[in-house]
Ligand binder design. Structure first.
Ligand SMILES: Nc1ncnc2c1ncn2[C@@H]1O[C@H](COP(=O)(O)OP(=O)(O)OP(=O)(O)O)[C@@H](O)[C@H]1O
Length: 272
């Protein structure tokens, strides 16, 4: 008998989040998310960019099951998102938005403790306390732990939001315009913090300058559709940027490390 040894194929990596043909339409409107498919792998930081109203926040709300898809499938860690029990979903996905309707009388410590609710039965009080104080320390607001949310500045409130989702210890972190209210250094510090923790992250970002330093993958949306996808260089240098945003990227060389940096300017035809 002839025996043939086939070369061993490396197994394809499993996607942590698999999105297939996902669509959503609010009553009587054209779809806000239209047949979107993508894969995200463990540890990746994925940025979503797109003009106002292109469906980015709607996509995040689908990814946390706050909205139900009109069609399509979301699989997280091999399991259909819609089939998960609420507690399982809360342990798996956390969403940081601009408007979470939190009670402004809560102190920062109490607010961040909300992130521990899905894990309540899994640890001791001391264990939860440590996660909470570590998260608050990580975002640089230990001095505000006993202060009510209503007495914080916009940026301090945003840091508290980061601490809450970090305390939730999700497998997938969703950030909707997380850098709003943050000063330029804080933007870099908090996105670096998330990257450093290796949490699989999907972030809606409007600031194109932040895409390259933090992202493994970029998804560009327009009118509900995923119109361009790739590495930061592939997406930011593609004709899509001009067609969708009316912007172009220019390359400059970092004077110290020689890296290519991108700056962005509006196409002259867009500002006449
Ligand atoms: N609850 C709703 N009912 C009806 N239409 C909605 C609702 N929420 C959002 N939309 C519409 O869905 C479309 C996509 O909105 P979405 O908030 O997802 O866009 P976005 O890309 O996040 O925009 P932005 O960059 O301005 O935050 C918009 O046309 C918006 O008007």
């Amino acid at each position: 008998m002839l025996s043939i040894t086939l070369p061993m194929k490396a197994p394809a990596p499993e996607c942590l989040l698999c999105v297939r043909d996902l669509s959503h339409r609010f009553n009587g409107k054209s779809p806000q998310v239209d047949a979107v498919s993508f894969d995200i792998f463990a540890g990746e930081f994925v940025s979503i960019i797109g003009p106002n109203g292109s469906g980015k926040s709607t996509l995040l709300r689908l990814l946390i099951n706050e909205l139900q898809p009109s069609s399509g499938e979301i699989t997280l860690q091999g399991k259909a998102l819609r089939a998960m029990k609420p507690i399982e979903r809360a342990r798996s996905v956390a969403l940081l938005t601009q408007h979470d309707n939190a009670d402004l009388r809560l102190t920062v410590g109490e607010y961040v403790a909300l992130g521990r609710i899905p894990w309540q039965a899994e640890s001791t009080n001391a264990g939860h306390e440590k996660v909470i104080t570590d998260a608050i320390k990580d975002v640089g607001i230990t001095h505000l732990q006993q202060v009510a949310l209503g007495k914080l500045s916009g940026g301090e409130r945003q840091r508290a939001g980061f601490a809450r989702v970090l305390a939730q210890q999700p497998a997938l972190l969703l950030l909707d315009e997380p850098t709003n209210h943050l000063d330029p250094l804080a933007r870099h510090q908090l996105l670096s913090l998330v990257r450093g923790k290796n949490i699989t992250t999907v972030a809606v970002l409007h600031d194109l300058e932040l895409i390259q330093p933090f992202s493994d993958q970029v998804l560009m949306m327009n009118a509900g559709q995923l119109v361009c996808r790739g590495t930061p260089a592939q997406v930011l240098d593609s004709p899509c940027l001009q067609q969708v945003f009316g912007m172009q990227s220019l390359h400059v060389t970092h004077p110290k490390n020689g890296q290519t940096l991108r700056i962005f300017e509006a196409l002259p035809s867009e500002i006449d």
